[in-house]
Design a binder for this molecule. Structure first.
Ligand code: GDP
Ligand code: MN
Length: 394
């Protein structure tokens, strides 16, 4: 689960990190009130879960500013906020349709100085969280990671002690912080690692960490994602969920008890069992296709779930063909066939379907499909099914 920048900064501040003052607005009027409250030049920062906002653009707005805008005069707040709330923000992480903005962080503008990068991720190779930092920070950290990875410093974190003070100091000196700024840098690194561990994050990032010309070290931007499997331990984090930012199809699927992940291809997959779903995606790719999703209806899916699964699949305009791959173990093939026929009558799909059924009651299941008169191609093996659906999608 992801949260917004302002929420991540609240968590960091509570753990002892210095962050700029800010107010969250949901309307242009509130943004003006925020300007008055902070009393001076502000940054208007569009709150969306995607990154790269600073270099983004508001789609069809005809304006050339992005989701992070410096505002000097009070009179500019309203017209700029109007644009921010009206048009979707497109960044390199949103896709071309962009993301609507419903919350705007009005933050005191900080004088620009040197920008650093700080991040904590899980290093699976060593089985520990790792604090990463770079003095070549700012918005182009991905480029630093790709071209000069040696400029990213790393130190592993012991989960039972957190980041040790000596580790933070060593990192701060290695980054080139002058001695009088080291305690501030140390406090922010410690807070970031603390939040990562305490809240079961997958990622916690400050980019940029800013050193102002006055020598103040501040978390100017923050990003966090949390381990969904640990959310039950953190009701306070679960409350920060913003459903307007989440994939609509994935939310619908979660409500129906289906495991669904949206992907970029054009072949919809409806499968029972996670392992079978993985191998179905593999074999589609092996035969030159691209899956549009991962969808596991589970071992005991009923008619309602199969119908909802088909609705979700077919609501994606990229889906040009669908492969249904069912192994009837607990689930009986005739049950799923009946569910499909019922679902077809309701959903009326316009794209070709390929079905591969195997397992318990497979004969009855095939008969149900054959007698239905529906336009469904059947396949007797996984390879044949994959070849047929890849051809159908082209
Ligand atoms: P992102 O593009 O989504 O990562 O959004 P950021 O919050 O990181 O903002 C992008 C860039 O805007 C930063 O790298 C800074 O250069 C600039 N910026 C953000 N906040 C301030 C601020 O308070 N003052 C100034 N002068 N620039 C800022
Ligand atoms: Mn940033």
């Amino acid at each position: 689960m992801k949260i917004h920048e302002f929420q991540a900064k609240e968590l960091l501040a509570a753990a002892g990190a210095a962050v700029p003052r800010g107010v969250v607005a949901t309307t242009p009027q509130e943004a003006v009130a925020g300007f008055d409250q902070l009393g001076g030049p502000v940054m208007l920062k569009a709150q969306i879960h995607a990154g790269g906002r600073g270099k983004g653009k508001f789609k069809d707005s005809g304006k050339d500013f992005g989701g992070v805008k410096f505002i000097k005069s009070r009179d500019d707040v309203q017209p700029i906020a109007d644009v921010i709330f009206k048009y979707p923000l497109v960044t390199k992480q949103t896709g071309e349709e962009g993301q609507r903005v419903s919350k705007l962080l009005v933050q005191e503008a900080v004088d620009l100085g040197k920008e650093y990068y700080l991040g904590v991720v899980l290093d699976r190779a060593i089985g520990l969280p790792v604090l990463m930092a770079s003095a070549e920070g700012g918005v182009d950290i991905e480029e630093v990671a790709a071209k000069t990875p040696e400029k990213i410093l790393k130190t592993p974190i012991n989960p039972s002690t957190g980041l040790q003070p000596f580790q933070a100091r060593r990192m701060a000196f290695a980054l080139g912080f002058p001695a009088d700024q080291v305690p501030q840098a140390e406090a922010i690194m410690t807070a970031l690692c603390r939040v990562f561990l305490d809240k079961d994050c997958n990622l916690a990032e400050i980019n940029p960490l800013m050193v102002t010309p006055q020598g103040k070290v501040l978390a100017l931007d923050a990003k966090m994602t949390f381990d969904d499997n640990a959310l039950f331990r953190h009701p306070d984090i679960e409350k920060l969920r913003d459903e307007t930012e989440e994939n609509v199809a994935e939310l619908r699927a979660a409500r129906a008890g289906l495991s669904f992940i949206q992907l970029a291809g054009n072949i919809g997959c409806l499968v029972n069992g996670a392992g079978l779903a993985m191998s179905t995606m593999d074999i589609i790719k092996y035969h030159g296709g691209e899956p549009a999703n991962f969808l596991d209806v589970g071992g005991g899916a009923n008619k309602e779930q199969v119908t909802e699964a088909l609705r979700i699949l077919l609501s994606d305009p990229n889906v040009k063909a669908v492969l249904v791959n069912i192994f009837g173990g607990i689930m009986k093939c005739d049950t799923i066939a009946l569910a499909m026929v019922a679902a077809f009558q309701e959903v009326k799909p316009k794209v070709p379907f390929v079905v591969r059924l195997e397992g318990t009651n497979v004969e009855q299941g095939r008969k149900v499909l054959a007698d239905s008169g529906l336009n469904i191609a059947t396949a007797s093996g996984l390879t044949e099914a994959a070849k047929k659906v890849v051809a159908a999608a082209k």
